[in-house]
Design a binder for this molecule. Structure first.
Ligand SMILES: Nc1nc2c(ncn2[C@@H]2O[C@H](COP(=O)(O)OP(=O)(O)OP(=O)(O)O)[C@@H](O)[C@H]2O)c(=O)[nH]1
Ligand SMILES: [K+]
Ligand SMILES: [Mg+2]
Length: 370
C-alpha cells in the first residue's frame, strides 16, 4: 500500500467511527498515525514529492512582511497581485497561467510588504493526483499572512478543500499554538495535568496518542481550553506553522447585493473585485491589521522625527532593544536611555525608558547615547 492509500484508509475509518468512551483510545491512535503518514508524504524522503523545505523554490525575500496568495486556478490571484503592486504577473482565463511564485511589493501605511502570487493549487492530497505538483505550497509556510483567494460563485466548497491542503503541509490558519506542554523524562510513566476542563478529549485518547509516539515517560500539562487530539498531535509533531489568513472573495462584480450580504458572514473574509477594483481599501486595511506591524519613527537629537521612513517591527518583538537591533547591532550597546513619545509613553511630553520598554504603532523614539 502506498502512503496515499494508507491515509485514505484511515480517513475513511475515521469518517464512519463513532466517538465514545469505548472508541476513544482507537481514535487517538488513528489521529497520530494519520499525522505521521502526512508527514511522510510531504517530507522530501517520503516519495510524495510534495516539496519539503530546501527544494529550491525560494524567491528573494524583501520588505518587512510577506503575504502569500493561495487559491484554485483562475480565481484572480494574478489580477489582484499585478494591480496591487504594479508588478507584471500573467493574467488569462486559462487555468494554471501562473507556474512559478511571482513576487511584488506593496507599501501599506509606509511599510513595504512583499506579495507572493502563487500558482493555482490542485486538489489531490488524498488521491495523489495533485500532491507532486503542489511544490509551491511550502512557500506559504514562510509567509506572515495568507490570502486565500476564492471565486464568489463557489466560495465555501473551495475554502474547505484549500484549508485541507494547507493543513496537510502543517499550516494552521488563524490559530495560536495550543497551550500544551509535553516534557519527556527518564522514568515515572505518564502524568497528565490539566488546568482547564477536558471537553473534547479523554485520558484514554491522550494515552493512545502518546503511545503511538512511544512516549511512555512524559509530563503533559494542558492549559488549552477544549483541546483536541489533533492539538496534542500538533504539539508532539512540531513543525507547525501558525499563520493568520484572510479569505478574499473575488469577482463580486458577478453577483447581486443580496448574495454579497451573505458572503460577509464568512469569518475573516473580504469581498472584492480585483478586475473592477471594488473594496480594495478594506482589503488593505484588513491586511494591515492582520500583519500586526508596529511603525516606529526615529527622532534625532534636537530635530523633528523622521516620518518618511518608519522602522517597522512586529507585535511581540517591538521593544526598544528590537528597535535598536533593527537599525544596527551596535546601537543597543551604546544606548544610555531612550525617550519615547506616543501611545506606549506614560506622558505626552515623552517618557525616559530602557531597552525592555515595549513600543506601540506610531511611537517616536530618541536614543540617547552613553
Ligand atoms: N468578473 C471578474 N473576473 C475576474 C476578476 N478578477 C480576475 N478575473 C478574471 O479571471 C480570470 C483569471 O484571472 P487570473 O488573475 O489569471 O487568475 P489566477 O488566479 O492568477 O489564475 P492562475 O494563475 O491560473 O492560477 C481572468 O480572465 C481575469 O480577467 C474579477 O474581479 N471579476
Ligand atoms: K488564469
Ligand atoms: Mg495567476
Amino acid at each position: 500500500m502506498t502512503t496515499v492509500q494508507k491515509i485514505k484508509e484511515i480517513e475513511d475509518e475515521m469518517a464512519t467511527a463513532q466517538k465514545n468512551k469505548a472508541t476513544s483510545y482507537h481514535l487517538g491512535q488513528l489521529k497520530a498515525k494519520l499525522a505521521k503518514l502526512r508527514r511522510e508524504l510531504i517530507s522530501p524522503s517520503g516519495g510524495g514529492g510534495g516539496g519539503g523545505p530546501g527544494l529550491g523554490f525560494d524567491v528573494a525575500r524583501t520588505g518587512v512582511a510577506s503575504v502569500g496568495f493561495v487559491g484554485f486556478p483562475s480565481v484572480g490571484k494574478s489580477t489582484l497581485m499585478s494591480k496591487l503592486t504594479g508588478t507584471h504577473s500573467e493574467v488569462s482565463e486559462i487555468d494554471f497561467t501562473t507556474l512559478t511564485t511571482v513576487p511584488g511589493t506593496l507599501k501599506v501605511h509606509g511599510a513595504p510588504i512583499q506579495i507572493l502570487d502563487l500558482p493555482g493549487i490542485i486538489e489531490g492530497a488524498n488521491d495523489g493526483r495533485g500532491r507532486g505538483r503542489q511544490v509551491h505550497i511550502p512557500v506559504a509556510r514562510t509567509c506572515n499572512l495568507i490570502f486565500i483567494v476564492l471565486d464568489v460563485l463557489k466560495p465555501l466548497g473551495d475554502k474547505k478543500i484549500i484549508e485541507g491542503e494547507l493543513e496537510g503541509f502543517g499550516i494552521r490558519l488563524n490559530k495560536k499554538p495550543p497551550a500544551i506542554l509535553v516534557r519527556k523524562k527518564d522514568k515515572g510513566g505518564i502524568a497528565i495535568t490539566n488546568t482547564v476542563p477536558l471537553t473534547n478529549i479523554d485520558q484514554d485518547e491522550i494515552k493512545a496518542v502518546l503511545s503511538e509516539y512511544k512516549l511512555s515517560n512524559v509530563d503533559v500539562t494542558i492549559r488549552e481550553p477544549n483541546m483536541t487530539a489533533d492539538d496534542l498531535v500538533d504539539v508532539i509533531e512540531g513543525n507547525r506553522f501558525y499563520i493568520p489568513a484572510l479569505y478574499v472573495l473575488n469577482k463580486i462584480d458577478a453577483i447581486s447585493i443580496e448574495e454579497l450580504d451573505l458572503l460577509y458572514k464568512i469569518p475573516y473574509s473580504v469581498p472584492i473585485s480585483s478586475r473592477e477594483w471594488l473594496n480594495i481599501d478594506e482589503l488593505q486595511e484588513k491586511m494591515w491589521d492582520a500583519l500586526e506591524l508596529v511603525r516606529v519613527y526615529t527622532k534625532p537629537r534636537g530635530q523633528s522625527p523622521d516620518y518618511s521612513a518608519p522602522v517597522v517591527l512586529r507585535r511581540g518583538r517591538c521593544t526598544v532593544d528590537d528597535f535598536c537591533n533593527s537599525i544596527h547591532k551596535e546601537i543597543a550597546k551604546q544606548m544610555k536611555y531612550a525617550v519615547v513619545w506616543g501611545s506606549s509613553a506614560k506622558h505626552a511630553r515623552g517618557q525616559k525608558v530602557g531597552l525592555d520598554h515595549v513600543l506601540e504603532d506610531e511611537d517616536v523614539v530618541h536614543i540617547a547615547k552613553k
